[in-house]
Design a protein around this ligand. Structure first.
Ligand SMILES: Cc1cc2nc3c(=O)[nH]c(=O)nc-3n(C[C@H](O)[C@H](O)[C@H](O)COP(=O)(O)OP(=O)(O)OC[C@H]3O[C@@H](n4cnc5c(N)ncnc54)[C@H](O)[C@@H]3O)c2cc1C
Length: 281
């Protein structure tokens, strides 16, 4: 199948991109095109105007900014994988990206594209929840920030309003350096996750999230409370906490309960990894 006809503009600045996005034609940003183009080919989405932000070099940088690592929206998955600042300051992301798709997709796909696409099975949104990242959003003549916890609104839905685009994320260094782990189950390596768990422990706090389970990446408040009170909680206790954190899955019959069991096993693996890293530190 081919996409419906559309216009195409390559933006020369964030300002121009935002102006085009605020205009007519149901415009959409195109970044790496790895999710958008297949969706257009299947006619799941049919924007009348594609605003190509691929030339905006200022969105393709990784920089230390005060107490945070700022990662531009156009930083490609491959660059997340190889960037020395990411490896040094946010090892969780460097680990997570190895689960994202295959090399060919990682060479084109961008961090911002993954976050704005908001696939419930994607790794990066869950990582942003656990790292308590801040999302930077631009529109014509304005900028705002949104906490990652408020950004993901549902399946393929985010807090972005018409006329807005994501310019990057800031990850607090204090959180980024904490021991953290991610485990997922997928049919083949590089496929989207059937279920995934990511966790971080630091300063007496537990921060955990699930992906590939509910309609979006979700924080796991009951699992966090359990592990803060009882770091060596057994898998059955973790399963009980997850059943409260993931209510639609818990209520989804046998398949849902099977997912919860898998999630509890993935959480145990993450917890064991975090224990090992904490002991070695
Ligand atoms: C075979 C295959 C396997 C994959 N496996 C995985 C996987 O295991 N895990 C995973 O997480 N992903 C996976 N993906 C998706 C991949 O990571 C995509 O690269 C990513 O989801 C989208 O990034 P992109 O830069 O290509 O965005 P695009 O496809 O260009 O855009 C995606 C969406 O985000 C919007 N958008 C993009 N950038 C911005 C911005 N800066 N501001 C506002 N809106 C924006 C677009 O308008 C569009 O709606 C897979 C893709 C393929 C084709």
């Amino acid at each position: 199948m081919k996409p419906r006809p559309f216009d195409y503009r390559r933006a020369a600045s964030v300002e121009e991109a935002c102006r085009l996005l605020a205009g007519p034609g149901e415009p959409r940003v195109i970044a790496g095109g790895q999710s958008l183009v297949p969706m257009m080919n299947l006619r799941l989405v049919s924007p009348g105007l594609l605003v190509d932000i691929g030339g905006l070099a200022e969105l393709r940088t990784v920089t230390l900014a005060g107490e945070a690592l700022h990662v531009g929206a156009l930083v490609r998955h491959r660059e997340v994988e190889t960037d020395p600042l990411v490896a040094r300051y946010v090892p969780l992301l460097a680990n997570a990206v190895r689960h994202v798709a295959h090399q060919a997709v990682r060479n084109r796909g961008t961090l911002g594209g993954s976050l704005c696409h908001a696939d419930p099975a994607a790794e990066f949104p869950a990582c942003m929840l656990v790292l308590e990242a801040t999302m930077h959003i631009a529109s014509t003549g304005a900028e705002r920030t949104v906490a990652a916890g408020d950004f993901f609104r549902g399946m393929f839905a985010t807090a972005l309003e018409p006329g807005e685009m994501l310019t990057g994320v800031s990850i607090p260094l204090a959180a980024a350096r904490d021991p953290a782990a991610l485990h997922e189950m997928s049919r083949r390596h590089g496929d989207l996750a059937l279920a995934g768990i990511v966790g971080r422990r630091g300063h007496g706090l537990e921060r955990w999230a699930a992906f590939g389970i509910e309609d979006r990446a979700v924080r796991l408040a009951h699992l966090e409370a359990l592990l803060a009170a009882k770091p060596q909680a057994g898998e059955a206790e973790m399963l009980a906490a997850l059943a409260i954190d993931l209510p639609s899955t818990a209520g989804a019959g046998t398949a849902g309960r099977a997912k919860l069991v898998i999630a509890a096993e993935l959480a145990r693996r993450c917890r064991d990894d975090i224990d090992r890293v904490s002991e070695a530190a």
